[in-house]
Design a protein around this ligand. Structure first.
Ligand code: GLU
Length: 557
């Protein structure tokens, strides 16, 4: 029997239900009609319900490349491993990426798929993979392998004993020349099998490919007959990657550097299938400084490895994106310094400017960026963003925040808009504490008054100030002038220089008198400007708080 006939019989034996041909799929998924240079990128996460910070890192590269070039950024769900799939995982992917302003043009959604290159969930594409596998069998480029776990274990031991390279290849590939009759017999006995790719590679050959981030990569050519379809007819990552990125017409594959070791499989399959290879960008892992050494940012050990961490803490999305840009492109910071106000989208991201080695995750830097971004926002913007965050992550505070939006906005506007804005917030979860004393429900009355002052003097401030000095019509200067008047009346130092030169000459200074007022109205030693706070709290509340503080002190022994 000639081989063509044998291959035909084998193909029909393994895939009797497959009637389509690769040509049908070429027609079904036409070349994309995009302008010259437009890039088609994707993220292809497994639906584990968990998004790693690295997913955002990769997604940002994909998104920038696609959208900067007028291309397409799409989402493919790699659910070939049914055991790892969790309910609602697509939602987690979409929500977390949307929260950072990354939007897909095409692909899986939490409803129907969007786009003509779908379905975008791999398990729904089984027929396509099997069609390509069938074609490979037909051409003698793939074959069924009935080896059991034990067979493979025995092979491994034999190779170890002989000092040979591990794997299913060459003379070790026991089923590479299996006949149709043998296969028929095994199948009729109900034996499970996988389909393997017949590698044309040679152990001594080396291949080269230019990775857009890492530069030229040289590796040994693949010579193992890797599994392309598992025993349930579902593809391995390697086969699905090649088939999907070909038929979805991906131009640039951005993925973690853990795929470099199997990169030769992928290049060889593109070659054998006669398909144009995409460009590749293998990204280095984010590292974490752990004592004196560095390690990969770990889902298990590091809360900041999870994307949800940034949402829960309430980092403004632009801060996280901006931070990632500094990590991704070495020239970003220089650009930012020259264009402090420019929209991030005006920066031209280039894969070639990516670092080759893994960057160390620097939360201090992220915090700094975040503080600066928030400091440039208006009170209104801070309110809106905090409101969105609190609704999701702190409902109790949300109730207080939104009870009187104008009141909250006034609080959040303190110290904003000037040349040197306040940098009170790193994340939105800092806001509840900052605002706590503005609400009776969360106002704390431990009263940390200056310890150097006598109880009598403190009570005197609390009583005399409202009686003789407090006037809501005063501007800031007059307000402070009156605090000084009271200071003077009590024999405390008004002139800080004089006080510092000879502290023993005074019972205290204007700083102590101010502190008493601050502690009484805010319950704290540190707060925004007391004058501004009093204005926002309003006369009734200020008077009530001064009274309450005096009473608290008087009843304390
Ligand atoms: N499902 C793969 C992963 O999560 C995708 C890798 C790729 O982008 O090709 O690592």
């Amino acid at each position: 029997m000639d081989t063509t006939h044998a291959n035909l019989r084998m193909a029909e034996l393994l895939f009797p239900h497959i009637t389509k041909t690769p040509k049908d799929y070429e027609a079904l998924y036409p070349q994309r009609d995009l302008p010259q240079g437009a890039m088609v990128t994707r993220i292809a996460p497994s639906p584990t319900g968990f998004m790693h910070f690295g997913n955002l890192y990769g997604a940002l590269i994909d998104e920038r490349l696609a959208h900067q070039s007028g291309g397409v950024f799409y989402l493919r769900i790699e659910n070939t491993d049914a055991k790892r799939e969790v309910e609602g995982a697509v939602d987690v992917i979409l929500t977390s990426l949307n929260a950072f302003g990354l939007n897909f043009d095409e692909g899986a959604t939490n409803g129907e798929d969007r786009g003509i290159y779908g379905p975008y969930r791999q398990r729904d594409r089984a027929e396509l993979y099997q069609t390509i596998a069938k074609d490979l069998v037909l051409r003698g480029l793939a074959y069924p392998c009935f080896c059991t776990e034990e067979d493979l274990q025995a092979l491994h031991e034999k190779q170890e004993a002989e000092g040979a390279n591990f794997g299913y290849y060459g003379k070790w590939a026991a089923h590479a020349n299996i006949t149709v009759e043998e296969a028929e017999k095994y199948i009729s006995e109900g034996k499970p099998y996988v389909v393997r790719f017949r590698s044309p590679g040679k152990e001594e050959n080396r291949i080269k490919y230019k990775d857009l981030a890492k530069g030229e990569i040289e590796m040994p050519e693949n010579c193992t007959d890797i599994v392309i379809l598992k025993s349930d007819g579902i593809p391995t990552y390697h086969f699905a990657h090649v088939v999907d990125d070909h038929f979805m017409r991906t131009t640039h594959v951005v993925r973690g550097e853990e795929w470099l070791s199997t990169f030769p499989y992928h290049l060889q399959m593109f070659e054998v299938l006669g398909w144009e290879k995409p460009a590749y960008i293998h990204t280095a892992h984010m590292l974490k400084q752990d004592g004196t050494s560095k390690r990969k940012l770990s889902e298990r050990k590091d809360p900041e490895a999870r994307l949800t961490y940034y949402l829960q803490e309430g980092y403004p999305a632009p801060a996280v994106i901006e931070y990632l840009m500094t990590v991704l492109n070495s020239n970003f910071e220089e650009w930012r310094n020259k264009n402090p106000e420019a929209d991030l989208n005006e920066f031209r991201f280039k894969a070639e400017k990516m670092g080759v080695a893994g960057a160390v995750f620097d939360i201090e830097k992220l915090n700094d960026i975040s503080k600066n971004i928030i400091s440039r926002m208006t009170g209104e913007e801070v309110y809106e963003a905090t409101e969105r965050w609190a609704k999701e992550y702190n409902p109790e505070f949300h109730r207080l925040l939104t009870r009187n939006p104008e009141y909250s906005k006034a609080i959040l506007s303190i110290g904003r808009g000037g040349k040197k804005p306040r940098k009170d917030f790193t994340v939105w979860s800092d806001v509840p504490h900052y605002m706590a004393f503005f609400f009776e429900e969360t106002f704390e009355t431990d009263y940390p008054f200056p310890e150097t002052m006598s109880k009598g003097d403190i009570v005197r401030v609390l009583k005399e100030y409202p009686e003789a000095y407090y006037d809501t019509d005063d501007d800031q200067q007059t307000w402070f002038g009156k605090v000084k008047e009271l200071t003077d009346a009590m024999g405390y130092a008004v002139d800080m220089k004089a006080y510092k030169a000879d502290p023993a000459a005074f019972p205290g200074s204007v700083a102590d008198i101010s502190a008493v007022l601050r502690v009484a109205v805010t319950g704290r030693t540190a707060s925004p400007d007391t004058y501004a706070v009093m204005n926002i709290l309003g006369k009734d509340t200020v008077l009530a708080r001064l009274k309450k503080a005096a009473e608290a002190l008087e009843t304390k022994d």
